[in-house]
Design a protein around this ligand. Sequence first.
Ligand code: ARG
Length: 600
Amino acid sequence: MTDLKTVLSEAVATAFAAEGVDAALARVTPSDRPDLADFQSNGALAAAKALKANPRELAAKVAAHLEGHPALSAVEIAGPGFINMKLSDAALSQRAGEVATDADKAGAAAVADARKVVIDYGGPNVAKPMHVGHLRSSIIGESLKRIFRFRGDDVIGDAHFGDWGFQMGLLITACGDEGIADAFMVEGDGPFPSESPVSLADLERLYPLAAGKAKEDPVFRDRARKATAELQAGRAGYRALWQHFVAVSRTALTREFSALDVTFDLWNGESDADPVMEEMIADLKAKSLLVPDAGAQVVHVAREGETRKKKLDDGSVVQVPSPPPLLVISSEGSAMYGTTDLATILDRKKSIAPDLILYVVDERQAEHFEQVFRAAYLAGYAPEKSLEHLGFGTMNGTDGKPFKTRAGGVLKLHDLITMTTDKARERLKDAKLGDDLPEAEFEEIAHKVAIAALKFADLSNARTTSYVFDLDRFTSFEGKTGPYLLYQAVRIKSLLRKAADQGAEAGEIVIAEQAERDLALTLDAFSTAVSDAYDKRMPHLIAEHAYRVAQSFSKFYAACPVLAQGHEATRGSRLSLSAASMMQLETALRLLGIQTPERM
Ligand code: ARG
């Protein structure tokens, strides 16, 4: 099943080729003048330049090939040589009918060659509450996972839990100093208590304490570094204690992810790459990639001539490699953030052999990934271009800086969800929505509205841009918001329920009115929205499409009576159009990770 835009693109490409023009120029885009045409192709202009021909004449020759195409009712040349195309109502009717019966994909096409894709997102850390940075990664990553899977790829979502490295040494040392984990501090093989000596609250208190202390107290810092190295070397008591940290944190984090409707196929951590670590170090050495550098071991990743200026403490300026070398083994002998990332790539190669790995991580980690990817390519752990960092901007406060609570602290994800749900409840009550429903259902709706508000606000912005957190706007039932889209979807569902109650039956779609035409054109555009979102890794293109469907439907519903329509065939056609719109809107929302309630 092919969308009409693709059908036209292929027809125009064939026509270009028949005139000896590079078919790559035959791009078909939605018309700039929807009052005159549905689609246009500007390719004749560039082609004429290359061929030194008259663009209008060339456009006319191309257009002659399109004359009589079954999907077109008119082909015209406009301006200096634009080809304007108008779809026939029959083609639009048939296409809308296809969308209506495509319960699986709502009109979107699958990829020709499915790939194995790992998406690394979420990235929560042991002992650290999730904050808004993890929120963006989780929301965008979850949506990309759904989009890639929807297109037919074999997708594995991995949380890449931050459970290794210096932060673990900090926690172990802090626990030791507080005397709350004495049983784990003894050397030797144990056995060690199977009961966790720490709660989540302990961890959340101890971590900032230890991190702060390490900054001020070099002795404490060195002890924490030593503990990290010992943990990694396998000291049994430390491993046992560490396992409790991981388990306690994971239970809490899983609860938060489930509130967000974010799930992972793999809940691997940085530590899961540990088994390949030794082999990797040996391999990097054998390949002469790992070299000593002031007591540490690094991989140089900058190419010949890639340098940047660096100011030294004495004020002098020198040229240093850019990106800087990847630190693989610290002078204390421990693995670093980049080391676990590199080892994870090797581990994934062995266990999954992915064609592509996408990392959905804050833009501010761009250099880290540049270093890791280059090292991985140099070592042959991943095919060239198979690693992509998909950075994102920050969620800011009204001051334009990364969002903080009023007290100036980082906002915990849990508190953010509670706050948004409170607001959603208030909004629903104000709008007199769902107030006649049973308490439990109302609560479920409030939760869905809240999650829709947060996710849509995030995903309606291009991934790379930062945006301002504005709870009032996000939770409004008006404007480009999640709650507005849920409301529209629920409205269509209620229309369809009413139709079923009245025994009104859906029928063949026959496009006659302008508003029906516009709606059918919108439904046709879903396939492009999905493939563009996939190609560019940009979920906001789906968010935009969802909004377009809601608006087109709204206009259609205002202009074309459905149930009040006496003519049976027209009513049947409009019911099918409504069902297709609902299905596509719900599908688009699902790709954004947003659930639609049945009613509100
Ligand atoms: N845990 C990291 C953080 O909080 C994010 C992990 C991102 N993924 C990765 N493969 N490095 O910053």
